[in-house]
Design a protein around this ligand. Structure first.
Ligand SMILES: Cc1ncc(COP(=O)(O)O)c(C=O)c1O
Length: 431
C-alpha cells in the first residue's frame, strides 16, 4: 500500500469504515486463483512411480509445509474444497428461486434421507446405505449409542481409561445420571500383542456387563484393536459392541460386515479428508429400531428408514455433504487398501528410522496387527511441545501428546518428508 493511501485511510476513523479495512487489505493481497482440481483417476494409477507426488498438488497445504497431524483433522483436497464452496455460493445466490415444491432441489440437510451419500459411503464400508446415518462427527455417534441403549443402574460398560472423550463420555454421563457402572482398563505401553487387549475386556466382564466400548484405533497411543475378535466374543456373551472408528475411515480399510460390530461411528473429516463437521454412524440392522434416538425431530419414529431417526437433527449444511460426496469419490478412486498400504508403509519407514536413533522411544505398538499409520514417540526426555516446536522450526507439523509426539502419515506425505523428519530427530537426539 502506498504511503499516501495509508495516510488517507488513517483519517477514516469511524468504526464502520475501520471494520472494513481488513477485507480491503485481504482483497488487495488475495492469492492467485487455485488451479483446477483434479480427481485421482485423472492423475493416473497409484502404481505409477510419480502418482503420489502428483497427488500432492491436489492439496493446498503450502509446498514447504509438511502436515503429519491428520489424527486431529485432515486437509481436504482441492476438489472437496471447491465442491463445498461452490455449493455454498449456489445456495446463497439462488435461494430466492427456491419454491419449496417437491421437485426443487433441497438446500439443507437434517430433514431428508440423503440416501445417495449414504449409499456411496456404504460401498467403502461394506454395508447398506440404510444402515448408516450422517451425523456431524464421531462424538454424535458415541452419544447416540450411550443414550439410546436401554441401560439401568448396575449395568456395566467396559471402556479404555484414556479413550478419547468423544469415544466414552456419554457412558460416564449415564453413570452419573442413571447409575450404570463404567469399568476401565489401561493398556501398558507399548502393547505387545492382540491377546493382551482382549484380556482387558474378558477380565473385567461379569454377568452385569452389557456393553464393550471398543476403540478401533486409539487417539492417545495409536493402538489398532483386534476389533473383529472382540466383537465376535462380545456377541457370544450377549454383550453389545460399540466401536469408535474416528481414526479409521480413510486410514485403514473398514469392512463393517466383517468386523461384526453392533455400532460403529467415525469422523470422516480426519482420514477421509472430508469437510469439517461430517460424521458417520452405523447400527447393525437388528438394532436399528430398538435404539432410541437422542435428538428427536420429524423422523423420530420412522420404521421404514430407522437410521433416519439418527440424522434428523434440524437444519444442517448441505454444502458439507457435497464435499463429503467428493471426498468419498476421491478416496474410492485410489482405494481403501491402496491407501492403507501406502500410509502404513510410510509409518513403517518412520518407525524403522526411529529404531536406529539412540534416545528415540516408540510408544505406539509395532506388532504387525496393532500398528497403523500413526506413531507416538519420544526423544531423549524432550517434552512433547518441545519436540513439536522444534520440528515446526523446519515447517513439519506433528502434535504434542504429553512427553511424546504423535505423527500420522497420510497420502499428502512422502518418503522425503519422513526422511527429513528422521534427520531432524536424529540431530535432536544427539544434542
Ligand atoms: C479415537 C477418537 N474418538 C473420538 C474422537 C472425537 O472426534 P470428533 O471430535 O470428530 O467427534 C476423536 C477425535 O480426535 C478420536 O481420536
Amino acid at each position: 500500500m502506498t504511503t499516501s493511501r495509508r495516510a488517507f485511510l488513517g483519517t477514516l476513523a469511524t468504526p464502520f469504515i475501520a471494520s472494513r479495512l481488513p477485507a480491503i487489505e485481504a482483497r488487495a493481497s488475495a492469492p492467485a486463483a487455485p488451479p483446477k482440481p483434479r480427481m485421482p483417476a485423472e492423475i493416473g494409477s497409484p502404481t505409477s512411480p510419480d502418482f503420489w507426488k502428483k497427488l500432492r498438488a491436489e492439496f493446498t497445504i503450502p509446498r514447504d509445509e509438511v502436515f503429519f497431524n491428520t489424527g486431529t483433522m485432515g486437509s481436504s483436497p482441492l476438489a472437496v474444497q471447491e465442491a463445498v464452496i461452490n455449493h455454498m455460493r449456489h445456495v446463497d445466490r439462488d435461494i430466492a428461486k427456491w419454491d419449496y415444491k417437491a421437485d426443487h432441489e433441497q438446500y439443507f440437510t437434517g430433514y431428508f434421507d440423503e440416501l445417495a451419500t449414504r449409499d456411496a459411503l456404504a460401498k467403502i464400508l461394506n454395508c447398506s446405505g440404510k444402515d448408516l446415518a450422517l451425523t456431524q462427527n464421531a462424538t454424535f455417534g458415541m452419544n447416540f449409542v450411550a443414550h439410546g441403549l436401554e441401560l439401568k443402574a448396575g449395568d456395566e460398560v467396559i471402556v479404555m481409561q484414556n479413550a478419547h472423550t468423544g469415544g466414552r463420555r456419554g457412558f460416564d454421563l449415564r453413570a452419573k445420571r442413571d447409575g450404570i457402572v463404567v469399568k476401565e482398563f489401561l493398556p501398558k505401553d507399548p502393547v505387545p500383542d492382540p491377546d493382551t487387549l482382549i484380556k482387558h475386556y474378558t477380565d473385567l466382564t461379569t454377568s452385569r456387563t452389557k456393553v464393550w466400548a471398543i476403540p478401533h484405533i486409539t487417539s492417545a497411543r495409536a493402538i489398532r484393536f483386534p476389533v473383529k475378535r472382540l466383537c465376535t466374543m462380545a456377541r457370544e456373551r450377549g454383550i453389545f459392541s460399540t466401536v469408535d472408528g474416528a481414526q479409521c475411515v480413510g486410514h485403514i480399510a473398514v469392512d463393517l460386515q466383517d468386523l461384526g460390530c453392533d455400532a460403529y461411528f467415525s469422523s470422516p473429516h480426519k482420514w477421509l479428508l472430508s469437510p469439517k463437521g461430517t460424521g458417520i454412524f452405523y447400527l447393525r440392522p437388528e438394532h436399528q429400531k430398538s435404539i432410541w434416538c437422542t435428538l428427536a425431530s420429524g423422523h423420530y419414529d420412522d420404521v421404514d428408514d430407522p437410521m433416519l431417526r439418527m440424522q434428523a437433527y434440524g437444519t444442517g449444511n448441505l454444502s458439507l455433504l457435497k464435499g463429503l460426496d467428493v471426498a468419498i469419490a476421491f478416496h474410492q478412486q485410489i482405494g481403501s487398501k491402496v491407501i492403507e498400504d501406502r500410509i502404513v508403509g510410510l509409518a513403517d519407514r518412520l518407525r524403522d528410522g526411529l529404531k536406529k536413533i539412540p534416545g528415540a522411544t516408540i510408544v505406539s505398538p509395532t506388532h504387525p496387527e496393532l500398528r497403523c499409520a500413526t506413531t507416538l514417540y519420544g526423544i531423549n526426555g524432550m517434552k512433547g511441545t518441545q519436540l513439536m516446536d522444534y520440528l515446526w522450526q523446519s515447517k513439519i507439523r506433528v502434535r504434542a501428546n504429553g512427553d511424546l509426539a504423535r505423527h500420522g502419515c497420510h497420502i499428502y506425505n512422502s518418503e522425503e518428508d519422513v526422511d527429513r523428519t528422521l534427520a531432524l530427530l536424529s540431530k535432536a537426539a544427539k544434542a
